[in-house]
Design a binder for this molecule. Structure first.
Ligand SMILES: Nc1ncnc2c1ncn2[C@@H]1O[C@H](COP(=O)(O)OP(=O)(O)OP(=O)(O)O)[C@@H](O)[C@H]1O
Ligand SMILES: [Mg+2]
Length: 567
């Protein structure tokens, strides 16, 4: 429930620097009178300008300024919502727009547009609904019937308090957009991780293959080494068998033998020399050169024969000695060769054994080195892959959640569409609305029925004429429909406690078009309204006794002023 309390304004249209203050809720009904141009309708403009920054009539903002003073325009509206007092002050020259909540200024933390939105959220009414529910005017009054269906929807949604669904729809649109962006981002991230995972798997594969390769290499190398080792083994074996086959002769013994033979040969040579000397002595000497005795021919011959026999014997020994020499020398050289061969085989074997040892060492090193480094990098790569996998799964889960969320949002979107929840609520209330409209029409003596369908198109049926249009009605008949609709909106609003307000202003409604009977009914209806402060503007000033208070406007020179209240 919005309780409008006061409106006060100065330097606004014909009002001067002294503010005109109207207590809106002091009494249930006020009659505002005054001559043409006295400043009565100005109240509507001031009220609308105060709340919405826009007057009721089609007057531009600069034209609102009082032309005499040309500054200091200010409108103040006080109202109460849920027992909280609010005050709006709006001014031009200087510009001012302030909202007070229990006398505390609500900070201007947002743009003017948003500050205005804040105010309308507090009131729960926008300009369109306000001008349909609170004000029924003659000047510039736009009948609900003249509004396009979309505007009709806005007003009825306000009355039924279902604008929240439209607001939710606006929020939902942003949420859907954001979710779609999140889904795109999630897809993008997933793609990145997919690429990372594929790359990592490739890396692991190549490490595994590399280790396979290196295993193969090791095996190859091993085989090669094995081959070399067995070749060496074979060679060693061969050397061994060669060694076994070699019969070593004692070279020292042979040398001793040769020395012996040589010694004997020397002895023979010496003996032969002696024999030859003695033969030549006997041949050349007749006397003994020691004892100087003569040597007989016989002795000489005897000696010579014996000596020559001896020489012959020694001569025959010469080839034997020589052959012994050469035989021994041959044996020595042969034995030396064998010994040398033996030695070289032993050397070769030693070398082979050393080579074999080196190969075994190489073999062991090769295996441990490659396996160790491959295992380490494989472990690292697998660890990274696990991280990527976990991240991808997380993203996938988030992705599912986002898609699910979007799905829910889509359902909400369907529900929040005009033909969703709102349509259902409207459908429920339409019969009530139509019933109320027709009740009011009946009370005002209208001989036609009115029906509003779900798309807010009207079907008006006259008693004698089927399907009649609003435009074809007389002014008084139109006024009956407008009044019936206004009272209906107010009643439904009260029912829903939506745009329920105390204020109802009628500007010259009863003055012209309505006939006496209808005017009487209208006063009855107004008198019967509960918790309502009715302001009736009339330049006629009739029926004054029907009102609890009377405000009379008059022009004092150039300025509109209020005469002292009569009640
Ligand atoms: N900017 C302005 N400065 C001064 N006076 C203005 C300005 N704009 C309009 N006026 C005058 O203000 C007066 C008040 O008009 P308003 O519509 O309130 O009169 P009213 O009492 O409703 O008259 P009616 O009975 O004819 O409807 C008019 O005389 C109009 O010429
Ligand atoms: Mg007027």
């Amino acid at each position: 429930m919005i309780l409008f309390k006061t409106v006060s304004y100065k330097n606004f249209l014909s009002t001067g620097n002294v503010p005109n203050i109207i207590m809106l809720n002091r009494v249930p009904s006020i009659l505002i009178t005054g001559q043409n141009g006295a400043g009565k309708s100005t109240v509507l403009d001031a009220l609308c300008f105060g709340i919405f920054g826009k007057p009721y009539r089609n007057i531009s903002k600069p034209q609102l300024m009082n032309t005499v003073n040309e500054k200091g325009l200010e409108v103040e509206v006080e109202f109460e919502v849920n027992e909280v007092n609010y005050k709006v002050i709006r001014g031009v020259k200087p510009n001012k727009f302030e909202i007070y909540r229990n006398d505390q200024l609500i900070p201007h933390d947002a743009a003017i547009k948003d500050y205005q939105k804040k105010l309308e959220d507090i009131i729960g009414l926008n300009y369109k609904a306000f001008t349909q529910i609170v004000i029924l005017g003659s000047a510039r009054y736009q009948s609900f019937m003249d509004l396009p269906t979309n505007d009709r929807r806005v007003i009825i949604e306000e009355i039924l308090d279902i604008t929240v669904f439209s607001k939710m729809n606006t929020i939902l649109k942003t949420k859907i957009q954001n979710t779609e962006l999140d889904i795109k981002e999630n897809d993008y991230q997933k793609e990145i991780y997919k690429t990372k995972i594929t790359g990592q798997k490739g890396l692991i594969n190549s490490i595994v293959n590399r280790s396979k390769e290196s295993e193969e290499k090791i095996v190859q190398e091993k085989n090669k080494i094995d081959g070399q080792i067995s070749l060496l083994d074979e060679k060693i074996q061969q050397s061994d068998s060669e060694i076994n086959q070699i019969v070593l002769v004692d070279l020292n013994e042979l040398h001793d033998k040769l020395n012996n033979a040589k010694f004997k040969g020397q002895e023979i040579k010496k003996k032969r020399h002696d024999v030859d000397n003695r033969i030549s002595f006997y041949k050349t000497n007749d006397h003994c050169h020691v004892c100087t005795q003569a040597i007989s021919e016989d002795i000489k011959n005897e000696q010579l024969t014996a000596l020559e026999a001896e020489a012959e014997k020694l001569e025959s020994l010469k080839p034997v000695v020589l052959s012994t020499y050469s035989k021994l020398e041959d044996k020595i050289s042969e034995a030396t060769d064998v010994q040398e061969n033996y030695n070289s085989i032993i050397e070769v074997k030693k070398d082979l054994i050393n080579q074999r040892k080196a190969l075994y060492t190489l073999y062991g090193n090769l295996t441990s080195r490659t396996q160790e480094s491959d295992e380490r990098s494989l472990k690292d790569a697998q660890k990274d892959l696990e991280v990527y996998d976990t991240e991808y799964k997380k993203l996938e889960k988030e992705g599912h959640e986002l898609v699910e969320l979007k799905h829910y949002y889509e359902i909400c979107k369907i529900l929040l569409k005009d033909d969703g929840i709102k349509a259902k609520i409207i459908k429920q209330y339409l019969p009530v609305m139509n019933q109320l409209i027709n009740q009011y029409l009946d009370r005002m003596g209208a001989n036609y029925s009115f029906h509003l369908d779900e798309s807010f198109n009207e079907v008006i049926k006259s008693r004698y004429r089927d399907s009649f249009s609003y435009a074809s009605f007389s002014e008084g008949e139109k006024m009956r429909i407008d009044l019936a609709l206004m009272f209906t909106w107010r009643e439904v609003a009260k029912l829903k406690n939506s745009v329920n307000t105390n204020l109802l202003i009628m500007d010259e409604v009863g003055d012209s078009s309505l006939d006496a009977d209808a005017t009487d009914v209208l006063w009855d209806i107004l008198a019967g309204l509960e918790n309502t402060n009715v302001l009736v503007i009339s330049h006629k000033g009739q029926n004054g006794d029907r009102f609890k208070s009377l405000i009379e406007f008059y022009k004092d020179g150039n300025f509109s002023k209020i005469k002292d209240s009569k009640k």
